[in-house]
Ligand binder design. Structure first.
Ligand code: SF4
Length: 125
C-alpha cells in the first residue's frame, strides 16, 4: 500500500491482440490471433475504476502491436489524464515507429522495442 492505494511496479493493457510480425515463439500468440482492437470506452472505464484503489510505477501499453491501433493517441491521452501510473511505457516491435507523430513521443515516457524483434520474421502488413 502507498498513500492509501494498492501499489505495484507495473500494470499492462493490451491495445491489440494481433501483430504485424509473426515471431516464432510469440508469447502473446499474436501470429495466430485475428485482428482485434481494444475499445477506448472500456479502457477509460477500466482505468478510472482501477485508479480509485490502485497506483503503479508504470502503465505498460502492449499488444500484439499497439502501434496498429488507429486510436493509440486517444488511449495515451486518456492514460495521462487518469494518471493510474507514474510513467507510461509503450511496448512495440518498432516497425511502425517511423510513422509516429511528435505527440506520441510526448505522451509516452519510454518506448520499449529491443527484445521483441530479435526473432522477428518478415512483416505481414
Ligand atoms: S513482435 Fe511481439 S507480439 Fe508481434 S509476433 Fe513478435 S513477439 Fe509477438
Amino acid at each position: 500500500m502507498r498513500k492509501g492505494k494498492i501499489h505495484r511496479r507495473s500494470v499492462e493493457y493490451n491495445l491489440t491482440e494481433h501483430c504485424n510480425l509473426r515471431c516464432r515463439g510469440c508469447g502473446h500468440a499474436s501470429p495466430l490471433l485475428p485482428e482485434k482492437f481494444a475499445s477506448l470506452a472500456a479502457f477509460r472505464a477500466d482505468l478510472e475504476a482501477l485508479a480509485e484503489a490502485f497506483h503503479s510505477d508504470e502503465l505498460r501499453i502492449v499488444g500484439g502491436e499497439p502501434l496498429l491501433h488507429p486510436q493509440l493517441l486517444d488511449f495515451l491521452r486518456e492514460a495521462r489524464r487518469i494518471n493510474v501510473a507514474d510513467r507510461i511505457v509503450l511496448y512495440t516491435n518498432g516497425v511502425l515507429l517511423y510513422k509516429a507523430s511528435v505527440e506520441l513521443w510526448q505522451l509516452v515516457d519510454e518506448i520499449s522495442y529491443g527484445q521483441k524483434t530479435e526473432s522477428a520474421d518478415k512483416p505481414v502488413s
